[in-house]
Design a protein around this ligand. Structure first.
Ligand SMILES: C[S@@+](CC[C@H](N)C(=O)[O-])C[C@H]1O[C@@H](n2cnc3c(N)ncnc32)[C@H](O)[C@@H]1O
Length: 207
């Protein structure tokens, strides 16, 4: 069992640490790439599977991975409870090997666990794994000199620079790009996060 992340411990119990409400961005992704036969989705850092299972329920062919055994065990259990099949497995964003091509690749709250030296190759893999006209979604916490580090910040996480995420998709068609500051009460102490989000499409270049 991996002990690299606190999430392994946080996901141990029967309850769902992140709840079961799917990510608010998923319906936007579905509207940009509706499911048809064999529309493939990859959830990177799927946690306990709430989003991956929601996408499977919507008719997508879903694969999902996370660093935690407990997260994957619960993802598989949630899929079974909801009567859908998904391919869920343990893997590491720093070392995973591209296995397929996808219509939608998304990852929420996870790329801050990439080691600096792996960022470039990670996004090269994402480019390779996205089908022509496919959509990707990423978000990441970014640093601002006027915001303090959140009290529950994980020692494995690394804040990104404002706008850095967008530079990896300079030649993609941007569907949405934004940066928001929001209040959070996780850990019992109110604090602020700044988050960059991108949704973009891989469009073939003109010949
Ligand atoms: C903030 S949680 C988000 C979970 C999920 N995407 C959700 O929204 O419910 C971050 C996730 O990243 C996973 N994670 C951390 N380091 C990772 C790594 N190196 N490779 C893959 N997943 C990792 C954690 O186990 C955790 O499930």
């Amino acid at each position: 069992m991996s002990i690299r992340t606190n999430y392994e411990k946080w996901y141990e119990g029967d309850d769902y640490y992140w709840g079961l409400e799917p990510g608010s961005f998923l319906d936007e992704l579905i509207s940009l790439c509706p499911p048809s036969e064999n529309t493939k989705v990859l959830d990177i850092g799927c946690g306990e599977g709430k989003d991956a299972v929601y996408m499977a329920q919507k008719g997508f062919d879903v694969s999902a991975f996370d660093l935690t055994d407990n997260g994957i065990r619960k993802t598989i259990r949630l899929a079974s409870d909801r009567g859908v099949n998904i391919k869920a497995y343990v893997d590491d964003i720093n070392t995973f090997v591209p296995d397929d091509q996808y219509d939608i690749i998304y990852s929420t709250g996870t790329v801050q666990y990439l080691f600096d030296e792996n960022k470039k190759s990670f996004f090269e893999k994402i480019e390779k794994m996205t089908k022509p006209n496919g959509i990707v979604f990423f978000n990441v916490f970014v640093e601002k000199s006027f915001l303090e580090l959140p009290p529950d910040w994980d020692r494995e996480e690394k804040m990104w620079k404002s706008g850095e995420l967008f530079t990896y998709f300079a030649d993609w068609k941007i569907e949405r790009i934004d940066e928001v500051i929001f209040e959070d009460n996780s850990g019992g102490t109110p604090h602020y996060h700044c988050m960059d989000t991108i949704i973009c499409r891989k469009v073939q270049g003109a010949d």
